[in-house]
Design a protein around this ligand. Structure first.
Ligand code: NAD
Length: 489
């Protein structure tokens, strides 16, 4: 059994490198989804606390501040040091993530390591972006300068809180911005521990601020704030739309959105059925199905459909679901009561609409929010479970005959985050990869993230891209300076 007893040290709002209570004095409970018990009471930030955090971030971003005058190499050093401390505290962060998300302890620790890794990726970028010069008529020359966009608000979800924090902080810090982050209300503890590391690293006060709180209060205060220049959001489509509206109605702050998905994975007849079933099972059930790119629509060629389903069902039956601290457990609970009820609601809808429940479909006990790995077949494209994001361990399997048909059906969705194809045929692979309307396409792999390569959604899956150079661009303004190089005087 992995160690699980840990003192929760950081439960307050982090502003100007200090932990402070909420101005209202309020707190909210963080619940362990594996046993429904309260892990900690955390300060509940709202508009007043966001205002204080933004004021700190604005001061840290002022012209001639320590942060603005710092060389890129100085920023790089701080980012690297933060990554090192996250790695040093991998065990603590893993335990916190296991407690608040319900993620199996091994993958929770792995996520902490991944967060350090992605920060290091951006530690490299601090001095690797450049302006250009342009031909101009006469004695004129134009050049561009890349400048930090300023104070940024970042709102992240609960399904990968450490990874999401690092994906947001890396490019913002590399660009020289200052940050107000609001973690999800279900999962503020990992972010607050990392906030303590910010101080230990020695970032100037106000460069990074973390305000736990609810979305409709603290989150909404970020998206409508007049002194925030950009908001970066990961979460649901509904909230993404609200954020865009608030950004437009306030100060037209820049907006990037990473939203949901209903990603198709195509299994062709030439691909090994067993490998395909193992992959589809693992990727839909990873993190209890709570991953935005989860392959939630699996299209299987009709000639191998039945053999594939038999193997998928065997996988689902063999999956070890339970206490995420137990070694060997592959799946913990859903993150909270609302998500648990939502997933069970979709399972009921699937049954009612006539899909065939092959395996699973039930809650496991009542101690925590556990749900059996579930497989539906005979799913038709118009069913609720075929169209809407379930965000649970629920696989919907569809049959297809031809590539033309499957491309059409794969694209028949309002989402466009990710897609995949399993085939030995390069023509099929490239035909699908070119035709599918999705920001990431995996061929003979799935969920293989590359920190250098852009990630983001087509259609209602989002706006903008994260990671690598593309991610950095979102935190930069481009200024054109045009100069007369032969002045008259
Ligand atoms: P959510 O949109 O309800 O919450 C996400 C964050 O937004 C939380 O921090 C929440 O407090 C905040 N929020 C809620 N209401 C707000 C408001 N009115 N103004 C500002 N902020 C507000 O999402 P959820 O249901 O908790 O998370 C699951 C969703 O997130 C799924 O749809 C999933 O696909 C998506 N997601 C997407 C990605 C991606 O990279 N594309 C990654 C993870 C999760």
């Amino acid at each position: 059994m992995a160690k699980r007893d840990i003192e929760i040290k950081y439960k307050q709002i982090f502003i100007n490198n200090e932990f402070v209570p909420a101005k209202s004095g309020k707190t909210f409970p963080v619940i362990n989804p594996a046993n429904k018990q309260i892990i900690a009471e955390v300060a509940e930030g709202d508009k007043a606390d966001i205002d204080a955090a933004v004021a700190a971030a604005k001061k840290a971003f002022a012209r001639n501040s320590e942060w603005r005058k710092m060389d890129p190499s100085g920023r790089s050093k701080l980012i690297y040091k933060l990554a090192d401390l996250i790695e040093r505290d991998q065990e603590i962060l893993g335990i916190l993530e296991c407690l608040e998300v319900g993620k199996p302890i091994g993958s929770a620790k792995q996520e902490a390591f991944g967060a350090a890794h992605s920060l290091r990726h951006y530690g490299e970028w601090c001095d690797k972006y450049f302006g250009e010069t342009f031909q101009a008529p006469g004695n004129m020359v134009s050049m561009t300068r890349k400048e930090p966009v300023g104070v940024v608000g970042q709102i992240i979800p609960w399904n990968g809180p450490l990874a999401m924090l690092a994906w947001k902080w890396g490019p913002a810090l590399a660009a020289g911005c200052t940050i107000v982050l609001k973690p999800a209300e279900s999962t503020p503890l990992g972010a607050l521990h990392i906030a303590s590391l910010v101080k230990e690293v020695g970032f100037p006060p106000g460069v990074i601020n973390v305000v736990p709180g609810y979305g409709h209060t603290a989150g909404a205060a970020i998206s409508s704030h007049m002194d925030i220049n950009k908001v970066a959001f990961t979460g649901s489509v509904g909230v993404g739309k609200k954020i865009m509206e608030a950004a437009a109605a306030s100060n037209l702050k820049r907006v990037t959105l990473e939203l949901g998905g209903k990603s198709p994975l195509i299994v062709c007849e030439d691909f090994d059925v067993n490998t395909a079933a193992v992959m589809c099972h693992n990727f839909i059930c990873a993190n209890s199905g709570q991953i935005c790119v989860a392959p939630s629509r699996v299209f299987v060629h009709e000639s191998i459909h039945d053999a594939f389903v038999a193997k998928l069902v065997a996988q689902a039956k063999a999956r070890k679901v339970g206490d995420p601290f137990e070694p060997g457990v592959q799946q913990g609970p859903q993150v909270n009561e609302a998500m648990y009820k939502r997933v069970l609601g979709y399972i009921e809808a699937g049954k009612k609409e006539g899909a065939k429940l092959e395996v699973g479909g039930n809650p496991i006990g009542d101690k925590g929010y556990f749900i059996e790995p579930t497989v539906f077949t005979n799913v038709t494209d118009d069913m609720k479970i075929a169209k809407e994001e379930i965000f649970g361990p629920v696989q919907c399997v569809f049959k297809f005959k031809t590539m033309e048909e499957v491309i059409e059906r794969a694209n028949n969705t309002t989402y466009g985050l990710a897609a995949g194809i399993l085939t030995k045929d390069i023509n099929k692979a490239m035909t699908f990869a070119n035709a599918v309307e999705a920001g990431s396409v995996w061929v003979n792999s799935y969920m293989a993230f590359n920190l250098s390569a852009p990630f983001g959604g087509y259609k209602q899956s989002g706006i903008g891209r994260e990671n690598g150079r593309y991610g950095l661009e979102n935190y930069l303004e481009t200024k054109t300076i045009t100069m007369n190089i032969n002045p008259v005087n």
